[in-house]
Design a protein around this ligand. Structure first.
Ligand code: SAM
Length: 271
């Protein structure tokens, strides 16, 4: 089952440590849509498939009360440990059956998670829990990332892509079909007020050590580690050595810039 992919405790702790938050551009895009449709202050947001709370924490700066839900106990446990916001709570729950009342939610978000859901059931549940005029924001960044460093970006991106290619046989089909899935999700949203914003490029600075950690957050890498532990570790070792050689440094704390392609789907339930 797709949802079992995030159940390992060690995986969840890597996820908490190395998986990045949505960038401010994406958050601004979402809230400029919400601002046009809802009265401030916003009362209640639910972040669905919240993982270890990457997006949930950010919502807490804009909305009075935020609930993060995820089907994985391990992810929720890590989210709770890392939570510093008094207005955020977390709960283990499927996206298709949310622990909230009818017409109670102002904003519902799903960051990098909706491709794992049963979309028909999820969208029915969205319709049940959203207030009239309430907003839905589904967003994703894709795995074909670029790694930039000075004039060496092409070689850096090549190494990243080679590791991702090694992982293809271990990827779940839902992951491999992600781009198509988001087209289908958009078409299935039953509201006339909906938008699809594609090809949004965002950039995140991180030390090389965090980029190496990012590989550990991919479910496919965890499966590779379980099935071929020595080979998987060797792939990471070799990739790190190659990155360092290309960068001409010996420090994994040297910063690189990761460029992401994002897609944002926005919709609002009719009044
Ligand atoms: C790639 S992670 C995204 C986590 C986080 N939102 C982020 O931005 O990094 C996908 C998450 O969706 C969760 N998930 C998968 N299927 C789910 C479902 N049916 N209901 C709730 N959560 C689900 C997984 O457990 C996992 O934590």
């Amino acid at each position: 089952m797709a949802t079992q992919l995030f159940e390992g405790k060690e995986h969840a702790s890597y996820y908490q440590k190395f998986r990045f938050e949505p960038t401010q551009e994406i958050i601004d895009l979402i809230f400029s849509y919400v601002d046009e449709r809802l009265q401030k202050p916003y009362g209640f947001a639910v972040d669905v498939g919240c993982g270890t709370g990457q997006n949930t924490k950010i919502l807490s700066q804009y909305v009075k009360k935020v609930l993060g839900i995820d089907i994985s106990e391990a992810q929720i446990e890590e989210a709770k440990k890392a939570s510093g916001s008094p207005n955020v709570t977390y709960s283990v729950s499927p996206a298709e059956e949310m622990p909230v009342g009818d017409a109670s939610v102002d904003l519902l978000t799903a960051c990098a998670s909706a491709h794992w859901f049963n979309i028909e059931k999820f969208l029915k549940e969205v319709d049940r829990v959203l207030k009239p005029g309430g907003c839905l924001a589904i967003f994703i960044y894709f795995a074909d990332m670029e790694v930039h460093y000075k004039d060496r970006s092409e070689q850096m991106t090549e190494v990243f892509a080679e590791v991702m290619n090694i992982l293809v046989p271990y990827q779940h089909e839902k992951f491999n079909n992600m781009k198509t899935a988001y087209k289908e999700i958009y078409e299935a949203i039953p509201y006339p007020d909906k938008r699809r914003i594609e090809n949004i490029r965002t950039k995140i600075q991180m030390p090389l050590s965090s980029l190496m950690g990012l590989f550990l957050t991919f479910p496919a890498f965890q499966i590779y580690l379980k099935t071929e532990p020595e080979k998987a570790k060797e792939v990471l070792r070799t990739a790190e050595e190659r990155f360092l050689r290309i960068m001409g440094t010996s420090s994994t704390e040297t910063e690189v810039e990761v460029w992401l392609q994002n897609l944002v789907l926005l919709a609002s339930k009719p009044q």
